[in-house]
Design a binder for this molecule. Structure first.
Ligand SMILES: O=C(O)C(=O)C[C@]1(C(=O)O)C=C[C@@H](O)C=C1
Length: 160
């Protein structure tokens, strides 16, 4: 049996999965013409994770900050993809993609206590980077998604 992955390993894996969904979100927005940023949808997700953080005795502010970073990373990928003209693809329905994002959010919340407790020490950046590199290799992430994966970690190594 393989050992339980560390908080950073889990967060890197789930963040990579979440970022890969940005491609589908971008495709839906290319077809619908809707803006990348949807403040209402972001607010709903943040309200939900704050609620769940409180229910689990997780610190609400670092939890919300972490999910803001996840959404910023998602937008980074979308803006970059949508900046390329004429990459028309099949229209994608946004609702099922959002359901998948929600499911990953729930898994990220499970992984977050361990990740937050790993977020100190001189070697934090190294451990975070190693975890991201492994996830990037597993998912064969390109440069754009690797950059976004770093963005998705937000301030995990700089939490109070
Ligand atoms: O659901 C969307 O419309 C998305 O673009 C995804 C997402 C997210 O990462 O959850 C990112 C940006 C939007 O502002 C809202 C949510």
């Amino acid at each position: 049996q393989s050992p339980t992955p560390s908080g950073f390993e889990r967060v890197a894996e789930l963040s990579a999965q979440r970022l890969l969904l940005a491609d589908a979100v971008a495709a839906s927005k290319r077809a619908s013409g809707k803006p990348v940023e949807d403040a209402q949808r972001e607010g709903e997700q943040l309200a939900r994770v704050r609620e769940q953080a409180t229910a689990r005795a997780l610190p609400a502010e670092p939890t919300a900050a972490f999910f803001r970073a996840q959404m910023e990373a998602n937008k980074l990928v979308q803006y970059r993809l949508l900046a390329e003209p004429g990459r028309a693809g099949a229209a994608v329905d946004l609702a099922p993609v959002r359901a998948k994002l929600d499911a990953i959010n729930a898994q990220l919340l499970d992984a977050l206590p361990a990740a937050l407790s790993q977020g100190s020490g001189d070697d934090c950046a190294r451990r975070a980077s190693d975890a991201r590199k492994r996830a990037a290799r597993r998912h064969r992430l390109d440069e754009l998604h690797r950059t976004a994966l770093a963005r998705a970690f937000g301030d995990l190594c700089r939490s109070p």
